[in-house]
Design a protein around this ligand. Structure first.
Ligand SMILES: [Zn+2]
Length: 600
């Protein structure tokens, strides 16, 4: 607390080199508007924010450390509540009006609003303040005792006392170690620092800001849909920024526009009721492990292609904009192959970014009998495989389930959803037990919507360098919940380093990532309004403008299925990426109630 107050007492004399700077600041603090500063953009804006940050690094890290010192596992109700209160106060100190929204059975959501006088647009910023559970024995220092280190502990990093540091002494390659230093308290601190830097520089906010900070993301967001539904009126915004996840492996900032969906399946095959001597009964009693191997081989080939009939029918082809964005992603495949010791990759070496735009069937594990020391000459009684499917628009868990089950029945299998009795095993031909995890659908926002383009343009302006536009994360986050609840474009803006030990011991944030995050948020807050209203080439013209307008109308209507025209007719592969026009809109179509229910 003391550190944070210090931040405000300092009244932040900014370090822009002009003598006007301190006058601007003083005038702004007195409530006057300053035209010159209000129009700062590009390099001048970046310099102002960077200069402020350089002067305030120490106080900023201390405020961050105070927040990180509060344990934040979602199930730890007293401490998660302390986090929420603490964050609320951080926002209120910046003049935001905030409150805690009822978590509908989960931790409260911190909601805050910071209107910008005269602004027509509203940006919603999402992050989560809870973190993964910890195993302190595996940490180099206690997880909720933040430690600033000069390098990772296993590379000889030294701990630097925050109290003893002065501005100008901090190396941007140093890292702050604590649970949630990156995932996901970093964006909270970065956006607040951006507000401070803009205020100090006398820069007007160009958009109204709203903040929605969740407290149980790492617990699977079981109450998020209820909170979103209940607070719909409060949560109106032109678009949402999901501030979670890592930047690109090249350390470039990236924005992402989608996430794959996910569902899980366990299949069990059955042999004799108990293991049998393989000499006496081999060639006679069916072997469930061999049956299972054939089942798996019938679902996907060694190149990753899923061989379930019709599986790719629901895959929406990539739009022009998505294909252009993928082509511009800096290549990382060679470096990754080196670090993972992979001689070859699937699909004849197709690039990773292309592969994560497609559905995937992954074998998580296989189990039957035993190997090594424990192996015995026996025919096992059962064999199981655990599978995860990654889904892309317009697949859903329900459709995947229907296709996989139809495929297996077509091969003559009888499917049950429970552990079969001895009688069922005796009487049923080609028996398979299927156990499905509910999972949830994918989501994707079109890259060429005005909001999508303006966010990327603002972040790029903030960085003064190209950023990565990623049409979809390979991983799964329940982005669809936001898309379905709000009908607005959802864009991801992560700031954490990719090598942050996310969810593991020694989670850390590389300081340069925090600095980059501050500059990105500052540019967004200062520039998103004009960029949305047609500045910096974000506004399309002529026929293109009409297309964008009709797409925005489609989103506003929240009712149409705008994806049919872009639906893939055949299976996608490298050669089947459709040259047809951009698929329209974000994936906001409402799923039937039962599949939504299943997706929780
Ligand atoms: Zn996260």
């Amino acid at each position: 607390m003391a550190f944070a107050d210090e931040l405000y007492k300092a009244a932040a004399p900014i370090d822009r080199r002009s003598s006007r700077a301190s006058c601007v600041c003083a005038a702004l603090l007195a409530g006057a508007s300053v035209a010159g500063a209000a129009e700062l953009q590009g390099a001048a804006l970046r310099d102002a924010v960077r200069g402020w940050r350089a002067q305030h690094e120490v106080v900023l890290l201390r405020e961050f450390a105070e927040l990180l010192a509060i344990p934040n596992v979602a199930s730890d109700a007293p401490n998660i509540g302390r986090n929420a209160e603490h964050i609320l106060r951080m926002f209120e100190r910046r003049g935001a009006k905030g409150r805690l929204l009822d978590g509908e059975g989960g931790p409260p959501v911190v909601f805050a609003e910071l209107p910008a006088p005269g602004a027509r647009r509203t940006l919603m910023v999402y992050a989560h303040y809870d973190g993964q559970p910890v195993d302190p024995a595996r940490w180099s220092s206690p997880p909720w005792t933040p430690v600033l280190r000069t390098a990772p502990p296993d590379q000889g990093g030294r701990a630097m006392a925050l109290d003893a540091l002065r501005p100008g002494q901090i190396d941007p390659e140093w890292r702050l170690y604590a649970r949630s230093s990156s995932d996901d308290k970093a964006p909270v601190v970065a956006v607040l620092a951006a507000l401070d830097a803009l205020q100090a520089a006398g820069v007007t906010r160009s958009v109204n800001l709203k903040f929605f900070l969740e407290g149980e993301e790492e617990a699977g967001s079981p109450h998020l849909d209820k909170v979103l539904a209940k607070s719909a009126a409060l949560l109106q915004a032109d678009g949402w920024l999901l501030c979670d996840g890592p930047v690109h492996q090249t350390r470039r900032m990236q924005v992402y526009y989608g996430a794959r969906g996910v569902t899980g399946l366990e299949i069990t095959t059955y042999g004799p009721l108990r293991p049998l001597h393989s000499g006496h009964y081999g060639n006679w009693a069916p072997n469930p492990a061999v049956q299972l191997a054939h089942v798996v081989a019938g679902l996907r080939d060694v190149e990753g292609r899923i061989t379930v009939a019709g599986f790719y029918d629901d895959v929406r082809p990539l739009s022009e904009a998505e294909r252009a964005a993928l082509a511009a992603v800096p290549p990382v495949d060679e470096a990754l192959r080196e670090s993972f010791a992979l001689h070859q990759t699937e699909a004849a070496g197709a690039p990773l970014v292309e592969r994560i735009m497609l559905p995937a069937l992954n074998v998580r594990g296989l189990e039957s009998g035993a190997v090594g020391e424990r192996a015995s000459n026996a025919i096992p009684s059962e064999a199981s495989v655990s599978i995860d499917f990654r889904l892309v628009p317009d697949q859903t868990p329900a459709k995947v389930r229907a296709r996989v089950e139809a495929h297996l029945r077509g091969q003559g299998f009888t499917l049950v959803d429970h552990a079969p009795t001895a009688r069922e095993r005796r009487d049923t031909p080609r028996l398979l037990r299927l156990h499905w995890e509910p999972g949830y659908p994918p989501a994707r926002t079109a890259l060429d919507l005005p909001f999508s383009r303006a966010v990327a343009a603002a972040v790029e302006e903030g960085q003064g360098a190209p950023i990565v536009r990623m049409p979809s994360l390979g991983g799964s986050i329940p982005m669809y919940l936001f898309a379905q609840a709000t009908g607005r474009p959802i864009v991801g803006l992560p700031i954490a380093n990719h090598d942050n030990n996310q969810h593991a011991a020694d989670e850390n944030l590389r300081l340069q990532n925090l600095w980059d995050g501050i500059e990105s948020f500052a540019a967004l807050i200062a520039r998103l309004g004009p960029l949305l209203d047609g500045g910096a080439g974000a506004q399309p013209r002529g026929a293109e403008a009409e297309r964008f307008a009709s797409r925005e109308r489609a989103i506003d209507s929240r009712a149409s299925d705008s994806t049919d025209e872009g639906r893939a007719a055949g299976a996608p592969g490298r050669s089947s990426v459709s040259p047809r026009g951009p698929s329209a809109g974000i994936h906001f179509r409402r799923e039937p109630a039962e599949s939504l229910e299943a997706a929780r």
